[in-house]
Ligand binder design. Sequence first.
Ligand SMILES: NC(=O)c1ccc[n+]([C@@H]2O[C@H](COP(=O)([O-])OP(=O)(O)OC[C@H]3O[C@@H](n4cnc5c(N)ncnc54)[C@H](O)[C@@H]3O)[C@@H](O)[C@H]2O)c1
Length: 325
Amino acid sequence: MKEKILVTGGGGYIGSVLIRMLLENGYRVRVLDKFTFGIEPIAEIINHPNMEVIIGDIRKMDDLKKGVKGVDYIVHLAAIVGDPACSVQGDAAVETNFLSTIRLARLARDNEIKKFIFASTCSVYGASGDKMIDENSPTNPISLYAETKIDAEKELLALLDKKPSLTILRFGTAYGLSPRMRFDLVINYLTKKALQDKEIKIFGGEQWRPFVHVYDISRAIKMVLEADDNMVKGEIFNVGATKENYRMKEIGNIIKEIISDTNVEIVKQIKDKRSYHVSFKKIEDTLGFKNEKTVKDGVIEIKDAIESGIIKDPNNDKYYNHKGG
Ligand SMILES: NC(=O)c1ccc[n+]([C@@H]2O[C@H](COP(=O)([O-])OP(=O)(O)OC[C@H]3O[C@@H](n4cnc5c(N)ncnc54)[C@H](O)[C@@H]3O)[C@@H](O)[C@H]2O)c1
């Protein structure tokens, strides 16, 4: 029988894509999530024979203990996600993203877990300008969200230096369709806005951002789960594709290419100071990871989902981390 995997935050944007991929590949999955945005994202697979669901809170020790018991691997996704969501609930962000992560890691160490994968973010590079940065570059977090993630990374590396095998994945900015949709992510948001208002604003425009499809993120997680320990143990990998770094103004052009009646306005004022131009050579060289989807694919699939009515009301609060829940 294949391994049993605890996915914390398995009801989220990335988690609800990942758990389907794991189930399709014969893994046994346990989700621990408080379902801030509702249970619908997993409703259709809740009765799958290899699926177990714990509705619980990672800030509670009892729920963590139930989550960890009897699993082989842990993929730790649960968090308060994004700069806006963390800034409106600062204390909860520190408790969830940092303190609970450390508690979970201690339990993992004491419960013979084999692998622990931590979801971090390329946001830890903060405002890094134009130069290409990699996993060895200095981090420069400029938000509470990024601080909670980099603090957790450091503590995990110290705590899990022997077992379980720890891998830290710094995801680029995600986009694309998921059973738990997010329209607060910039590609998804701008596509929606272009369709609804025929007008999008790009603030600044020169900033670099690496984008990665939620499906490719899930593939990367699965690759790490299946990799030999000597390739991934104690390692940090950026997750994305070097060719999928864009200046924000280029995103405006891609959206216009697909939704041609969009008026793209470049506004001088910069709202989000983050800029990072990231190398994904390490994950490609070590694991052979290559993206299968591009930003253009993502814009097309979101446009189709809105136009066909698969997503009925993209303005619903539940699709926005700083509003929903
Ligand atoms: N989406 C991105 O662009 C992106 C980029 C980099 C890193 N990440 C990281 O990937 C992970 C998943 O992000 P996502 O986009 O799927 O976000 P999401 O907000 O859709 O999912 C997070 C999930 O965690 C759950 N959760 C939150 N607090 C909890 C708690 N106290 N107890 C139990 N469950 C709790 C929520 O209910 C939700 O289902 C996060 O750790 C995030 O920091 C995401």
